[in-house]
Design a protein around this ligand. Structure first.
Ligand SMILES: Cc1ncc(COP(=O)(O)O)c(C=O)c1O
Length: 410
């Protein structure tokens, strides 16, 4: 239930856009003319605020302020101040989040730190999980001697119940957009003595997350997707305070030290989640992210989530009319912020769309992902994109040599 009625014409789409509670948010983005951007689940677009902030951070704070800016521009606190802003989007305490490193690195840190805490030293991942999550579990098992269990899709919780180990799991699957029930999973983790490390990469900024109430204790997630932090923006770590105190980061770097500028030889961790910081933060990226998060100011996450799902419903309804199969759930409540459509020529079709100014993406072997980031994607955008998709599929306009040539990044 999204509270929206499915539009059956472009005019009906325009009417939904005109009355939408998020309609003003689009103005916060520096979107290029003539482009329909449906790839915000991979790289969010720039906001005007982020662009201005990068300029300020580079030209004023760095070039003029030099090293003084660590104190005078608040650089040293950015991992925490940006973390506090982000905490609102996942509904946890402001001091339970820091922004640092990449998701891959943070999943490693959290899973390694959970090994002595969980009932058994078993690392569990599903074979349908985003590859980096699987690789991290594999690598960590290799160096720690923990047992690796790679199980079939949706079998992770069963394995967790059996072993009381550590499950690394996305809330929203990167390929199908399928959403997992966090509260139900955490109840099972609790009973089993196991721990879940959540990957929120495709969930933050698009779902109405309530991590604290759902009992989630450990998480990391991307900030360059629906949070629009910019290419390679640092990810975040959430750790519930009491558990964090019982955990040690495997990378005991000086930024996680209780008093880094005391320059003492022994390691003593900061309190809480802050111990998961390792080295010097990337200030320019953090500054961009800080400003980008302001795009969510004044918006209710309920409205954000409802619009994403209504846009997704429209993608699925139009795709059915074209004869394309959706591998994302039909039920809006089970879906994140993108819809994946299957076609064996998906890569070439996506290239043909890009040539027409419509940008989705492709995940091997056959999934075309249409991201419906609700802050800037309009119903008319989806309608127009689906018109073009229909034309490309019906006329086989994808069948040109240049659309079959694979680029490095898909
Ligand atoms: C679910 C998921 N986890 C992790 C990552 C990668 O994160 P990072 O590159 O920050 O390590 C991605 C990137 O797309 C992702 O979709």
């Amino acid at each position: 239930m999204t509270g929206y009625t499915l539009p059956h014409s472009r005019d009906a789409c325009a009417a939904l856009d005109a009355e939408n509670p998020l309609r003003a948010a689009r103005e916060r983005f520096a979107l290029p003319e003539g482009i329909i951007y449906l790839d915000g689940h991979s790289l969010g677009p720039a906001t005007h605020g982020a662009l201005a902030r990068v300029e300020q951070a580079a030209k004023r704070e760095w070039a003029e302020g030099l090293i003084r800016s660590w104190n005078t521009a608040g650089w040293i606190d950015l991992p925490h101040t940006v973390g506090a802003k982000l905490a609102r989007l996942i509904s946890v305490d402001a001091d339970a989040v820091i922004v640092t490193d990449s998701v891959s690195v943070n999943l490693f840190k959290l899973a390694a730190a959970a090994l002595p805490v969980a009932r058994s030293r078993t690392l569990i991942v599903e074979a349908s999980e985003f590859p980096t999550d699987q690789y991290v579990a594999e690598g960590l098992a290799g160096i720690s001697g923990a047992r690796l269990m790679r199980v079939e899709e949706d079998r992770g919780l069963e394995a967790l119940m059996e072993t009381g180990g550590i499950l690394i799991r996305s809330i929203v699957n990167y390929r199908t957009s399928h959403v997992m029930d966090v509260a139900e999973a955490e109840a099972m983790a609790h009973t089993s003595g196991g721990v879940i490390v959540w990957d929120l990469s495709h969930a933050t900024g698009v779902l109405e997350l309530n991590l604290a109430n759902s009992g989630a204790r450990l998480a990391s997630g991307c900030t360059y997707k629906f949070l629009n932090g910019g290419p390679g923006a640092p990810s975040f770590v959430y750790a519930e305070a009491e558990l964090a105190r019982r955990m040690a980061s495997p990378i005991s770097g000086w930024f996680g030290h209780a008093d880094p500028f005391a320059f003492t030889p022994g390691y003593a961790p900061k309190d809480g989640v802050a111990r998961f910081a390792a080295g010097t933060p990337g200030v320019l990226s953090l500054s961009a992210l800080d400003a980008a998060l302001d795009a969510f100011e004044g918006l209710a996450l309920r409205d954000v989530c409802a619009k994403a799902r209504a846009l997704g419903d429209l993608v699925i309804a139009r795709a059915e009319g074209i004869g394309l199969e959706a591998i994302s759930p039909r039920a809006a409540s089970m879906r994140g912020g993108h819809v994946s459509l299957r076609h064996e020529q998906g890569y070439a079709i996506v290239q043909a769309l890009i040539a027409r100014g419509i940008i989705p993406d492709f995940r091997a072997p056959d999934a075309m992902r249409f991201g419906v980031a609700p802050l800037y994607v309009r119903f008319v955008d989806v309608w127009d994109a689906m018109d073009q998709l229909a034309d490309i599929v019906e006329t086989r306009a994808w069948d040109r040599p240049e659309f079959h040539a694979r680029a490095k990044v898909t």
